[in-house]
Design a protein around this ligand. Structure first.
Ligand code: 7MF
Ligand code: ZN
Length: 888
């Protein structure tokens, strides 16, 4: 049981800081066992704050305070107080220097927040509130200071010492150690501080900016990984150029450093001038990384680089504004990836992710607005809502303004707020002022949780030649928010004629300009009607093209309409979406009635799509991929775990059997001989080929198995190796064992590949998977202290294997809760993330509900539970959590 129930922090309680810090001078004597940190802070009263009583309260956790003085005078014990999370000094002057000395223990830091040891390296992670584990500070993003950092260490052990900004000094010391000094000229919040010490190799390159400045680009990795950095470097240069071309943003320091570390709680971190990355988002070679890994690296490198303007130069006033930097930066990295890769495929994968993670979150007990009103632990709010729904809000504003005005508005934002800590509302104000539009109803997207449901009805009047649409919005209550207001959103649509071509769209009363294509309507009310004229024949509407708003759409399409859209829609995203809706219908039909036959015309539509040569292959692979088991579950009133698994396996098998010849043909046509290339075209060929192979393997015929075995034996790239391995493991028996053994023997020295080896076993659909996972926890390579390893085995099982995780006997739930209880004392962030796998218990049948709730309650009763896990568990059991069902 949590002793003192942690208190939530509320947005409405925000007050400007009473003190500001102009300069920070840090001095580290680095030692993994015992690091000494001397901090010298220049403080002054904030003229913009209401005057307090002269008490200064600094954040600080797990620090051993050794000395504290003001303007050179040591404080008496009566002049200050030390608490577990703070240092309070009772009377301070209006302007003064504060010096503190603390000890910290990087090698005991398993939470990976603050300064910690990763392998032989020392590194930091300060976002959101990790800096307070390094020194006493005003650890909040609206306190921005200039930093000078001195690092002292043993040169043999730590030949590389890095921190933010420019390296200004290096000295050999008398005691054999050496000292390096870094200075960052840009004021920054403490969460952007970083330091690195280690024995690292360097890949170096340069970038000349638009204004002619020469920037040194450096990627630091452990020496044996130096051959896996080329892709990351290329991605960085592409991102730098893209930001100049699309936003007019140039890099501002003379050096840009990236460091790859193997123990990291998240993807990466945008520390000023010194990005720290989870090594899985840096290291790649064609034989060790899949196409998805390569694309992921490109996206994450770009994301962290883009933060330099959206996050660092302009930062968040407080953590409720997290989406100010994250939503905008995700939007920017999405658009970058769309531009350098395949736009339609990128949109499909972004929407897939939104529907798979954000919609369920928005319908569950931890639903929160993009700008939350309260939190207990901010680390629990780095969510799909803040990141991905936040990106959709920026996208909608870009759509509403159009490209020219949106660029003008972002120019204004960068100019007006450079060097400031601001709010999401400041961002919207720039959009509003630039466009002269009223975004009052749009702002509600930031403060209102829940996925709006759009009910659309269309009516064709043949005699008048009109097509009218009635669109209604509806938003279910979410925890703490019963009443909802209508939202302003862009609704993109087209109307297809009988040949599948876009009709010109003219609303009643508009002049006759016959431009066919997509039109953006705007909704601002609960109900809106539109009437299009000059529509002689019944059209097929293509609604919400490009997914123009993050809503669930409901329209009474016939199966024929969906097949028509899937073939003809001019919008790639909408072709994919029509196919998904159709497959979902077929699958849910099979769930409801196990004896139901697969409609012949569905198989014919699938056959037609397989031979479609007009669509790019990567998009075609997406079109032909069945909706996931968890997504199908989200569409049901009560998730039928076994029924969904049975239906999906059955349909895959049916497709494999019915379309065997076509699938073999597609497989063979797309087999690449020769060098591995990472072009969108080559990626598409591999995706389509491996999809064909998976259907062939589902048919359980000798031919598919032979192709799969050969592919596993001969593949020279990890994309093809993993595709084959996954299928062989699902096939089971000796095939699986031999492949897994061979794979492990080949790759046991590459931790990121060993992660794949763990994951592929954890996500096997075979019955004995939980037993295998329990066994793998004893494998010598398994460790609870490495988040990538935890995610690869435990995370993969709990969130990537619904059929086994949701076993009716509750064994999967018990497994999850046991792991949460083991992990929580070591790494609360990772534990709390894992625990989120249980919170949507209301979506399941009564038996599972009882089992899931029981496990959450067991977690909640643990001694010394972290505030992270406490928040998740208590909100999951809160009666205010509503019966939630996200819809497509
Ligand atoms: C692309 O946002 C998209 C999202 C916080 C850590 C990276 O730059 C970040 C950090 C979390 C979750 C997702 C991402 C990040 C974090 C991320 C990375 C790349 N400021 Br937590
Ligand atoms: Zn980010």
């Amino acid at each position: 049981m949590y002793r003192d129930t942690p208190h939530p922090i509320h947005l409405e309680d925000y007050r400007p800081p009473e003190f500001l810090i102009d300069r920070v001078d840090l001095r580290f004597e680095l030692d993994p066992d015992r690091t000494r940190v001397d901090a010298s802070l220049q403080l002054r009263r904030n003229p913009a704050a209401t005057r307090g009583d002269g008490t200064l309260r600094l954040d600080g956790e797990q620090l051993e305070l050794e000395a504290v003085s003001i303007d050179g005078h040591s404080l008496l014990p009566s002049e200050y107080r030390v608490d577990p999370d703070s240092l309070t000094i009772y009377r301070v002057p209006d302007r003064f220097r504060l010096d503190t000395r603390v000890r910290i223990h990087p090698n005991l830091n398993t939470a990976l927040e603050g300064l910690y040891q990763s392998g032989q390296m020392l590194c930091t992670q300060c976002e959101a509130e990790g800096f307070r584990r390094i020194t006493y500070f005003l650890d909040r993003p609206d306190v921005m200071a200039r930093y000078r950092t001195t690092l002292i260490a043993d040169r043999g052990r730590f030949p590389v010492l890095l921190s933010n900004g420019n390296r200004v000094e290096e000295h050999q010391l008398d005691d054999g150690r050496y000292r390096v000094v870094w200075e960052d000229p840009f004021p920054k919040p403490s969460y952007l501080f970083a330091l690195i010490a280690g024995d690292l190799s360097l890949l170096e390159d340069r970038f000349i900016t638009a204004s002619g400045r020469d920037i040194a680009l450096q990627i630091y990795v452990e020496p044996h990984n130096l051959d896996k950095c080329d892709h990351a470097m290329l991605a960085l240069k592409k991102a730098m150029l893209w930001d100049e071309e699309h936003y007019g943003r140039e890099y501002d320091l003379d050096i840009y450093m990236i460091v790859a570390v193997s123990h990291f709680n998240m993807g990466a971190m945008e520390n000023k001038g010194l990005n720290v990355f989870n090594d899985k988002f840096v290291l790649a070679r064609p034989d060790t990384a899949t196409d998805d890994d390569f694309l992921g690296i490109e996206g994450v490198i770009a994301h962290e680089y883009f933060h330099n303007w959206t996050g660092n130069r302009i930062t968040c006033r407080d953590w409720f504004q997290l989406s100010l930097k994250e939503g905008f930066t995700v939007y920017r990295d999405q658009e970058f990836s769309a531009d350098v890769g395949s736009r339609g495929v990128k949109r499909v994968s972004d929407v897939r992710l939104l529907r798979a993670h954000q919609f369920p979150e928005d319908g569950g007990p931890m639903a929160h607005p993009v700008r939350p009103d309260s939190y207990i632990e901010i680390n629990n709010f780095y969510t799909a809502t803040v990141y991905n729904k936040g990106a959709e809000l920026v996208r909608m504003q870009a759509t509403l303004l159009g490209p020219e005005l949106f660029r003008k508005a972002t120019d204004l934002y960068f100019m007006r707020h450079d060097g400031q800590a601001v709010t999401t509302d400041d961002f919207v104000l720039c959009m509003e002022e630039t466009s002269g539009r009223d975004l009052t109803r749009f702002r509600r997207w930031y403060s209102q949780a829940g996925t709006p449901r759009l009910e659309v009805e269309g009516e064709h009047d043949a005699t008048r030649g009109t097509y009218s649409l009635r669109i209604r919005q509806q938003i279910d209550p979410t925890p703490g928010q019963r009443e909802k207001l209508p939202l302003h959103l862009p609704f993109a649509l087209g109307l297809l004629d009988a040949q599948g071509a876009d009709l010109p769209l003219r609303l009643e009363g508009e002049p006759d300009e016959r431009v066919p294509g997509t039109r953006i309507l705007e909704l601002t009310d609960w109900e809106t009607r539109f009437c299009f004229v000059d529509v002689p024949e019944r059209p097929v509407p293509s609604l919400l093209r490009g997914f123009s708003a993050p809503v669930s759409l409901h329209f009474g399409f016939s199966d024929e309409d969906l097949m028509f859209l899937m073939r003809h829609d001019s919008d790639g995203f909408s072709r994919w979406d029509a196919a998904q809706t159709l497959m979902q219908r077929v699958l849910l039909g099979m769930v409801g009635d196990p004896d139901k036959e697969v409609p012949t015309r569905f198989i014919e539509a699938f056959r037609g799509a397989l031979s479609d040569t007009a669509t790019d292959k990567a998009l075609l692979a997406e079109v032909l991929t069945l909706p996931s088991e968890s997504y199908l579950g989200d569409q049901m009133d009560v998730v039928d775990v076994e029924g969904i698994h049975r239906a999906r396996t059955g349909l895959k098998r049916h497709i494999g059997l019915q379309l065997g010849d076509e699938l073999v043909q597609v497989y063979c046509e797309n087999r690449d001989a020769g060098v591995y290339r990472l072009t969108p075209e080559a990626i598409g060929r591999r995706a389509l080929k491996n999809l064909a192979l998976s259907y062939l393997m589902s048919a359980q015929q000798a031919e598919g198995l032979a192709l799969c075995r050969d592919q596993f034996a001969d593949a020279e790239n990890m994309t093809d190796t993993m595709a084959a391995l996954r299928l062989l493991v699902d096939h089971g028996g000796d095939e699986a064992h031999h492949a897994l053994d061979a794979f492990y023997r080949r790759w046991s020295n590459e931790p990121l590949v060993v992660d794949k080896w763990f994951s592929v076993q954890a996500t096997s659909s075979r019955e004995g998977t939980l037993g295998a996972v329990l066994g793998l926890m004893h494998h010598p390579d398994f460790s609870l202290r490495n988040p990538n390893r935890v995610r690869s085995l435990i995370g993969a099982f709990c969130s990537g294997n619904p059929a086994r995780f949701h076993a009716a006997d509750g064994s999967g739930y018990r497994f999850l809760a046991d792991r949460v209880l083991e992990l929580d004392p070591l790494n609360p962030q990772i534990a709390a993330r894992l625990l989120k796998g249980l919170i949507r218990w209301r979506r399941y049948d009564e038996g599972r509900q009882t089992l899931m709730r029981g496990e959450i309650a067991r977690v909640l009763e643990a001694n010394d539970l972290s505030s992270d896990a406490f928040e998740v568990a208590s909100k999951a059991l809160d009666d205010l959590g509503r019966q939630a069902r996200p819809s497509a």
